[in-house]
Design a binder for this molecule. Structure first.
Ligand SMILES: Cc1cc2nc3c(=O)[nH]c(=O)nc-3n(C[C@H](O)[C@H](O)[C@H](O)COP(=O)(O)OP(=O)(O)OC[C@H]3O[C@@H](n4cnc5c(N)ncnc54)[C@H](O)[C@@H]3O)c2cc1C
Length: 512
């Protein structure tokens, strides 16, 4: 039976307890709000696994302009420069806010914030905590703050399954928990549901994060952007464990080198070498693996005995599979890591659907363009979580609940993952994308457990088919060059289904 939680009616509802969700709830306080999250507070989030830290232009040799310039280069012509400039300018104040909320960032011998270097950053600007345990340090502090804040009602172990709308405006959220279904009547819903890595076999994301929020927003009619841009992290720890442990860019930032099984440093002649943009490094590693080779990170000379203290999380991940990175090579491979696309939002986190705000990785603000600059995502999650909360604070509306649909089953990615992994990976082609559209369309149109993951994957596939160029993280073997006048892509679920149906029937007619 589905219970309507009238006692919480009208309160803003935040979905997800990664950085974006937690900071939004704390920013809303003292206005009472509800925080709904699938697992325990802060668990099953990419945020808690973040290693490198948060990009913030606070070094004496740094500026917001330099940080913006690096971001625009990584974004490969598709960033929204104005949105990026605004988010980047707020980095120093976000670090200060997190510090006030109890995050203890690492400091150097003089007591100043210690700044790490990551790929494609022209300055040392990665603020970190607990060595490579930045995400855990941030989430631990924010979780503590949320749990002690009486204004925030936390509902754990509950999954949002549908956004309810009445006459095109958000009127509530249909959720499922172990004790049955529930409806939270609210005209203010903030999705902070994270990324899409769970659509792929090889990912660094929590397996459950397949873009649930994107599916909810798409079903409710919101516009999505940049769906084709999926960033593959070049250096996940290669092995049988899932999700794959990440070997942060910061390890390469400290001088570790990429070598193949022949001992060749194959990135030596590429501009930026090991610290070239992620897509460049990921494709170079993919090419080594595609020719039957293997790739390793060699941290022995550059980091050596200090590996365990500088990178404790990575050190223990390596040790758990019997590798001592101070003395041995670390086997690595690319894995789906970050989604630049998502629900289109404005600079206050507002989606195109009245009553729906989106923040963090589930959103597409235009900061990242075609490729994310390392460590800009925690920054975006924090800035946009706070901005969205500030915006929805003053906007209560009385929207009556309409008809409540039956509770959909718990989504499952099993049927979708093989297609997505094979056809929508780091290197794409028209034939592969077409095959993925044909495989995904019937699932996306159905009501099975694969429908929501298939909807997200189909929108990636259709957007990939429409982008007939290679740019940023989107690489096509049949269109290796950039088009001169590229723009960000925008699509609704209705449009994606229409294009997919046309593409499928055209192919059927051709093969008849
Ligand atoms: C291993 C790893 C390392 C990274 N390192 C860095 C780094 O150093 N610096 C950086 O800037 N970025 C890093 N990133 C990326 C960054 O961590 C993420 O982009 C960011 O944390 C996303 O935050 P978020 O709040 O949007 O989502 P998440 O932190 O992923 O949180 C999503 C939340 O939503 C919940 N949820 C999802 N769907 C539902 C639903 N339907 N109902 C209820 N709850 C739901 C989840 O359970 C979770 O609580 C890393 C990512 C990974 C995977």
């Amino acid at each position: 039976m589905t219970e309507i939680l009238q006692n919480l009616a009208g309160r803003p509802v935040i979905v997800g307890s990664g950085l974006a969700g937690l900071i939004a709830a704390l920013t809303l306080s003292p206005e009472p709000c509800v925080l709904v999250t699938r697992a325990r507070l802060g668990a099953e989030s990419s945020s808690v696994w973040a290693q490198g830290g948060i990009a913030a232009c606070i070094g004496a040799d740094d500026s917001a302009d330099l940080h913006l310039a690096d971001t625009l280069v990584a974004g490969d012509g598709l960033c929204d420069a104005a949105a990026a400039a605004e988010i980047i300018a707020e980095a120093p104040s976000v670090i200060a806010a997190l510090h006030r909320l109890g995050v203890s960032f690492d400091r150097d011998g003089n007591g100043s914030l210690a700044l790490g270097l990551e790929a494609a950053h022209s300055r040392r600007r990665i603020v970190h905590a607990g060595g490579d345990g930045s995400g855990a340090a941030i989430i631990t502090a924010l979780t503590k703050a949320v749990l002690t804040d009486p204004a925030i009602t936390v509902i754990e172990g509950v999954e949002a399954r549908r956004i309810l709308t009445t006459n095109g405006v958000v009127s509530g959220l249909l959720c499922a928990g172990s004790r049955g279904g529930m409806v939270l009547p609210s005209s203010r819903v903030l999705l902070a549901t994270g990324g899409i890595g769970g659509l792929y076999e090889a990912t660094t994301n929590p397996a459950g994060n397949f873009g649930r929020g994107i599916a909810l927003a798409a079903r409710a009619g919101a516009v999505l952007a940049d769906m084709e841009f999926v960033q593959f992290h070049p250096t996940a720890l290669d092995g049988n464990q899932r999700p794959l442990a990440l070997i942060s860019e910061a390890v390469r930032g400290e001088g570790a080198e990429l070598i193949n099984e022949r001992g060749e440093r194959f990135m030596r002649h590429v501009s930026g070498a090991e610290l070239a943009p992620r897509d460049v490094v990921a494709r170079a590693i993919s090419a080594e693996i595609a020719r039957g080779g293997r790739v390793f990170l060699d941290a022995r000379r550059a980091i050596g005995a200090s590996f365990a203290s500088r990178f404790p999380t990575i050190h223990s991940a390596c040790r758990s599979v019997g590798i001592d990175p101070a003395e041995q090579l670390i086997p690595v491979r690319p894995a789906a890591h970050y989604h630049m696309g998502g629900v289109v939002t404005d600079r206050d986190g507002r989606s195109t659907l009245p009553g729906l705000w989106v923040a963090g990785e589930a959103a597409s603000t235009g900061l990242h363009g075609a490729n994310r600059l390392a460590s800009n995502s925690l920054l975006e999650a924090a800035v946009m979580g706070m901005r969205a909360a500030d915006d929805l604070k003053s906007k209560p509306m009385a929207v009556p609940l309409g008809t409540i649909p039956p509770m959909p089953s718990e989504p499952d990615t099993t049927a979708v993952r093989p297609t997505v992994s094979r056809q929508l990976g780091a290197l794409r082609s028209a034939a592969g994308i077409q095959q993925s559209i044909e495989a995904l369309l019937p699932m996306a149109e159905g009501n099975d457990v694969g429908a929501d993951p298939a909807i997200v994957a189909l929108m990636i596939a259709v957007s990939a088919s429409l982008r007939t160029e290679s740019r940023g993280a989107h690489a096509r073997t049949d269109y290796p060059l950039k088009q001169p006048a590229a723009q960000r892509s925008r699509i609704t679920l209705g449009q994606a289904l229409e294009i997919a149906r046309a593409a499928s029937s055209l192919n059927l007619a051709r093969s008849a």
